[in-house]
Design a protein around this ligand. Sequence first.
Ligand SMILES: CC(=O)SCCNC(=O)CCNC(=O)[C@H](O)C(C)(C)COP(=O)(O)OP(=O)(O)OC[C@H]1O[C@@H](n2cnc3c(N)ncnc32)[C@H](O)[C@@H]1OP(=O)(O)O
Length: 451
Amino acid sequence: MKVGIDAIQFDIPKLYLPISTLATHRAIEPDKLIKGLGLQKMSFLDVNQDVITLGANAVFKLIEQENINLASIAKIYIGTESGVDNSKPVASYILNLIESKFGENSLQNCDVVDLTFACIGAVDALQTCVDYIRLNPTKKAIVIASDNAKYDLNSTGEYTQGAGAIAMLISLNPKIIDFSKETGVATSGVFDFFKPKQTIQKEAITGKTTNENWFDILESEITIVKDQPIFDGQYSNACYINRITEAYNHYKTESKQKEIIFNHWELILMHLPYCFQGRRTFIEIFAKENQELLDKQEGASFKDKMKALTKSPEYLALVQSKIYPSEIASGEVGNIYTGSIFLGLLSALYYSANENSDLTHKKIGFIAYGSGSKSKVFEAEIQPDWKNSILKTNLFETLENRTAIDFITYEKLHKKELKSAVLQPKNEFVLERIENDNPLLKGARYYNFIE
Ligand SMILES: CC(=O)SCCNC(=O)CCNC(=O)[C@H](O)C(C)(C)COP(=O)(O)OP(=O)(O)OC[C@H]1O[C@@H](n2cnc3c(N)ncnc32)[C@H](O)[C@@H]1OP(=O)(O)O
């Protein structure tokens, strides 16, 4: 039985900040960001956009592209770590918006929910839906990954920011890829990156509410929720490397494969919190599987040999053929948390389709990661209709067609100081207002579709 991704669409904000502009204003050498981390552009939300408009617009485009009969959709599961409410899920908002466009009660019997585990929540949503379709093959599901990857100004995460959503139709006999039954998993409860709810005394927030570090005074004056994470960059990298290596080893056991698994993978799709994270960390798995090659490298210490291995023709060839295709969109968009691994998939397949590569029945490998922390490793097989389905998304053309903002506008958007949207919306859902007066609806968010 084949179950997997039948169709895919996305929504990325139309605004971006060129990474060179950020580098100049932060006195960072542009080459560190461009050549060192692979960054080009940072997508940024306009005033009237949020994680709900991103998700709703992505699924709206998917429904239109595939002419989906909503009665066939049994589940809409959302992976997000940018939820706007501790009770009402993003899924409930999106359901409402889709029904407003496609008919009242058109999703009445659809099961919707949010799943949160940092950047891996959408993989959890996907696997839950895939398992459901395996048990109920006549049904279909939609998985949405939607996030706003926002970091504090002047932090080391600032240049990795981004925002966007990916929507995927999951079905039996999918057109794009079908998933392996086995998954390698590794989990460890750590504090590498997290967004704690903060409850502090009223006096302590006086004067801090206009500071860019603190937003959204919710419910009472003493509970504040930070949009931006608390994180330790290099520690989060160490956690990422440990978890992906452990999950890869677990996948070897689970799938009973003795040979080097990634040698059979045409593409390697990893969680990309920034463009070059995959190539900078996969070397650990590569080295463990190629001990002889590592031993051959010049250098006195293990660290020197590892550094040399990253520059070896063998590793550079792997990066170019198996990792680079997934990086193209990441460099243009930035981090989109739960959606990053799927943006990587879309990027790799869109690039391969443009190159006219013959990928049918080839295997691809997924290496997912979520801080906190968990990694999942699994495989998929590319299906015969993949190219037609992927080319419908117009990924690279859409990314090409965005608007650059200047640094002043960027900082104002970040600090939520702009009152009106930078761009005029067209054919999309936008945030209209957040209720502030009516105590029974305080905090309720209202949206509109602009033709
Ligand atoms: C959220 C998760 O998914 S957890 C895993 C990742 N963590 C995060 O994303 C957390 C938020 N991000 C961060 O904290 C940071 O952006 C990090 C940790 C990702 C990167 O940290 P930084 O200190 O900015 O960069 P770092 O020193 O690690 O790397 C810079 C690279 O640019 C290279 N570089 C520096 N200057 C230049 C230059 N002028 N020209 C070319 N390359 C340069 C460096 O050599 C290095 O590359 P290498 O290690 O491959 O040689």
